[in-house]
Design a protein around this ligand. Structure first.
Ligand code: F6P
Length: 317
């Protein structure tokens, strides 16, 4: 193996993973080309050389030095054919894709339909890669959200208000559940569980009658709109309620130590297994072991066991 490519999506810890890929490849005398703006860069032939010096000082930076995009053109056969052409023109012996569900689906297509050696590295704040315990970026996102939540709680307590806090998580309630539990919140709404606004409002009314003065309701963006939840609470309880949408602050920022460690391990392991001839695989670190799972499996919906956390949130409130 002489030359590989790396392309990414966006979240904290991705730069640390790029660094691990580049430096492990350099260790094995493999050249690396970085693909600019994800799959768009493959279609537009936008690639840069990445040597070991080019990744100095990026370990603790959020985002991705390679930039990224939602590459709609890659969903077409023409886009895919052009991407494969770029891979051949640049003599790439394989590709490492660092990203979430969409990015890994692209990797699976290139591996199975075009026989390009591909390895996926899970990196998404949603933490919804099936078969992988933790994706790069998820821990950083939870920590950012907790920091914001602690501040919101101060105001909720001072003004005796209900706060609805919307966090990210398109199809997965991972961030919402972690934040609700670690932040001592009263309620949490996630896409995996049907929302029961009636019982949530009844709990708030009951608590209020017993002297409780503030609440924080966490809403994963993929369940119900935070604004609708806030409106219903006002209507049903009459309590002063505010909405705070945390949004994109959760995806950027300095990666936590946990995410840097994960990025170092997974980025490096991805190069090792690509070099050893593996393809169409996703890497992971589960129970302190480096694992591989077929990309086809990794892109299936991930089921989370939310009942235990749900129960605990209720007990601890
Ligand atoms: O997949 C991660 C995620 O942050 C989701 O939680 C969110 O819905 C989505 O990305 C937003 O993506 P975009 O960058 O396309 O707005």
């Amino acid at each position: 193996m002489k030359k590989i490519g790396v392309l990414t999506r966006d979240c904290a810890g991705i730069n640390a993973a790029i660094r691990a890929v580049v430096r492990t490849a350099a260790f094995h005398n493999i050249e690396v080309l970085g693909i600019i703006k994800g799959y768009d860069g493959l279609i537009d032939r936008d690639l840069i050389e990445l040597d070991r010096h080019s990744v100095s000082g990026i370990l603790n930076r959020g985002g991705t030095i390679l930039k990224t995009a939602r590459a709609k053109r890659f969903l077409t056969a023409e886009g895919q054919t052009q991407a494969v052409k770029t891979i051949a023109e640049n003599d790439l012996d394989g590709l490492i894709v660092i990203g979430g569900n969409g990015s890994l689906t692209g990797a699976h297509i290139l591996a199975t339909e075009y026989q390009v050696p591909m390895i996926g590295v899970p990196a998404t704040i949603d933490n919804d890669i099936n078969g992988v315990k933790m994706s790069i970026g998820a821990d950083s996102a939870v920590n950012v959200a907790i920091e914001a939540l602690d501040k919101i709680r101060d105001t909720a307590t001072s003004l005796e208000r209900v706060f609805v806090v919307e966090v990210m998580g398109r199809d997965c309630g991972y961030i919402a559940l972690q934040v609700a539990l670690a932040g001592g919140c009263e309620e949490v709404l996630i896409p995996e569980k049907e929302t029961d606004m009636e019982s949530i409002c009844a709990d708030i009314v009951e608590g209020s009658s017993q002297g409780k003065i503030s609440w924080i309701v966490i809403v994963a963006e993929g369940s119900t709109k935070g604004s609708e939840v806030a409106d219903t609470i006002v209507k049903e309880t009459g309590l002063e309620t505010r909405l705070s949408v945390l949004g994109y602050i959760q995806r950027g920022g300095v990666p936590t130590a946990f995410d840097r460690l994960l990025a170092a391990r997974l980025g490096s392991f991805a190069v090792e297994i690509l070099k050893d001839g593996q393809t169409d695989m996703c890497v992971g670190y589960t129970d302190k072991k480096l694992i591989t799972i077929p990309l086809e499996q990794a892109i299936q919906p991930k089921k989370i066991d939310y009942e235990r956390d749900y129960r605990l949130i209720k007990i601890l409130t």
